[in-house]
Design a protein around this ligand. Sequence first.
Ligand code: SF4
Length: 348
Amino acid sequence: MNDISAKIEALRRKLGGKCCIMGHHYQCDAIVAHCDFTGDSLELSRRVPHIEAPHIVFCGVYFMGESAALLARDGQSVHLPEPDADCLMSAMIPQRLARSVLEQLARTGRKIIPLAYANTSLAVKALTGEYGGAVCTSANAETMLDWSLRQGEAVIFMPDKNLGNNVANRLGIPESERHVLRIDGRGLLEPEQQPLHKKLLFWPGACSIHSRFRPEFVEDARAAHPGCSVIVHPECRQEVVALCEAAGSTSFLIREAARVAASAPGSALVIGTEENLVYRLAARHRGQCDIFPLSRAICPEMAKVTEERLLETLQEVADGKAPALTVDERLFEPARLSLVRMLDVCGK
Ligand code: SF4
């Protein structure tokens, strides 16, 4: 254990039950080693209301901290070791543009329900709640899209067009019923120039990490590891997903690695997602099956959370000086509503 790790562990012991450290699966091993809980965004959201500690230190990107602050109890505070770590996808949907688009869609006279991927700002989640919609994660996007379609005449899925297309494929919604919106810098749609009558409209965003994977990467992986299975995250392009054995959320990829390790010893599994998770799974199942990344893929925003920053944050918590993430009161109720709708539909 290095010096910083030892100091972090000493502070954790000192803080005891006063502090809970949560970390997303895309955090590096050095951070994960200090976490009380790790999970994907859905697992971490579900856990927050059950945490007793008055301080939650959240190792992840900004929108995850906002969701934790939203679901935290009265008197509980959420602290981000690196508040500048921001999901690149969530930055593709500023609230100002999203509001402009939802207003224009409302003027078409159709009941169009917004479905916001968890990877959005609190302001966009609040807007979603205000317009009768809900939040989803990659683990429950299918259930939530099905639910959203039953609430109105159409759905606008924001902001990940790749996840939207992959979920639509799973639900059997034909391509002819989908449209990726063209939005200008002021949030204008030019309604007469695009087919807004379709059942499923997509915000034109994507994860810049997962959308890097190309179909030829899958072909190269099969050539390099004959007989391998390839599984990917559904933020990948639909052309990539179409070539793979399966696609699913982070928790699905973890379960699938364990299943392959137990049921097909000696086999090869290639996983297309953030590489910190892939290398962790490779280490966990070493000797049972061989796990490889589809390609190098590090989320630079997740990587901004370092042991140094975690140590500083814990020290600030211990000294009573840690800045807490604050939620704009006006956003609280509508944003909470969009998250609670998801938790109600998918079970707490
Ligand atoms: S991997 Fe993609 S979706 Fe996840 S935090 Fe990074 S940019 Fe956002």
